[in-house]
Design a protein around this ligand. Structure first.
Ligand code: PMP
Length: 386
């Protein structure tokens, strides 16, 4: 097979859809400040208004519950800042419950808040990355202010039962937040049906532009701006509107709404073809995450006796882009905290690779990986036993 370029890192970020690129280009002359009352401003605002409706339709929300921002890191920080503000204001509830596998924008915020004395508990997950519901339930109580559990994990793809988690959080009288960044456009994300109070998303994970996102805030839920200043977003998020990016994300939301079901099935079929193909061709591999409750395009695999970074670099030389869950800390590679938190041993966590499919992948990409990867693993395993 000829050399190809195969991008299998769609959980890190996605290429903009051609329809998004087209509307971004077309909107780039909407330079008026969307807060201005003149014609230039009104035209820009009309685009933002349209985008807000599209986002709301995608996530089962009302348009006025959608607050545009810079992305999911900001959204997650905003929610934890609301909790902090309520606790500082003397709320009788002063504990937060989250999980051990959240995105770093929550994990690091939790560390920051704990250093300042806030009470936060992290519920554990099982080997498939699913929340341990008994332990989660045991952490709930009358002092819990906020529960924050992600919808689908960026590394393993494991999906959490958000409707059930929300029901339990509300039964305990707590507010409920979910980081749905990885789930948007892949599985139905339904703010009203689930009943969540806050929900985070980001444009660049579903073929929209980077640096733009939205936070869903249930009508009537407590709110405190994280970015203070002008009156944009009804005083809930200051800063001149990033009109073009917001319109681009609106287009991405429309596409996601229209294609989600078909895309789900197509992505799952490619994922399963790759999983089965790897299991047939390579001895002794471990598929991480939940076998069924999994985002359709995510496949996380450990290759014992082969290091994740080496596999990644060899694949890169063949034109295949994947990722490892490892983080580079002070010059050494730390294994994925998500896999360690799921109970995977350190060696397996070190040898893990995340393949994440997207809208532009085809079956031919899977065939190409199945051709290139087995000899790479064989070579690395030979080297490690030499
Ligand atoms: N949450 C999750 C689950 C993510 O995967 C990401 C992006 N990797 C983020 C939050 C942060 O998103 P952003 O890049 O928009 O800040």
């Amino acid at each position: 097979m000829d050399n190809r370029i195969v991008y299998l890192d769609n959980n890190a970020t996605t290429q903009m859809a051609p329809e998004v690129t087209e509307i971004v280009e077309r909107s780039s002359d909407l330079y008026g400040n969307a807060s201005s009352m003149h014609d230039f401003g009104r035209k820009a605002y009309a685009g933002i208004d349209w985008s807000r409706k599209e986002l709301a339709a995608l996530i089962d929300a009302s348009p006025d519950e959608v607050i545009f921002n810079s992305g999911a890191s900001e959204g997650n920080n905003t929610v934890f800042n609301i909790a902090r503000d309520l606790i500082d204001g003397g709320s009788a509830r002063n504990r937060v419950v989250t999980t051990t596998i959240e995105h770093p924008s929550i994990i690091e915020t939790v560390k920051f808040l704990k250093r300042r004395g806030y009470r936060i508990d992290e519920a554990p997950v099982d080997i498939t990355g699913r929340l341990d519901m008994d332990k989660f339930r045991a952490l709930l109580g009358p002092d819990v202010l906020l529960v924050s559990v992600m919808t689908g994990n960026n590394e393993t793809g494991t999906i959490q039962p958000i409707a059930e988690v929300t029901r339990l959080a509300h039964e305990a009288g707590a507010l409920m937040h979910t980081d749905a960044t990885q789930a948007i456009g892949k599985i139905p994300v339904t703010a009203h049906t689930w009943g969540v109070d806050y929900l985070t998303l980001s444009g660049h994970k579903f073929y929209g532009p980077k640096g733009v996102g939205a936070l869903y805030v249930r009508s009537g839920a407590p709110f405190e701006p994280f970015v203070n200043g002008g009156h944009q977003e009804g005083g809930r998020r200051a800063g001149t509107y990033n009109t073009v990016a917001i319109i681009g994300m609106g287009k991405a939301a429309e596409l996601a709404r229209l294609t989600q079901q078909d895309e789900h099935d197509r992505l799952w079929a490619m994922r399963e073809k790759l999983r089965k193909g790897l299991e047939e061709r390579i001895d002794n591999i471990v598929v991480n995450g939940h076998p069924v409750e999994c985002l359709p395009g995510t496949l996380n695999v450990s290759f014992p006796s082969a290091e994740g970074e080496s596999i990644l670099l060899y694949l890169d030389m063949s034109g295949i882009a994947v990722s490892t869950g490892s983080a580079c800390a002070t010059g050494s590679l730390e294994p994925s905290y998500v896999l360690l938190a799921s109970g995977l041993d350190v060696e397996l966590a070190h040898g893990s690779i995340r393949f994440s499919f997207g809208r532009f992948n085809t079956d031919a990409d899977v065939d190409y990986v199945l051709e290139k990867l087995p000899p790479i693993i064989e070579r690395l395993r030979e080297m490690s036993t030499r």
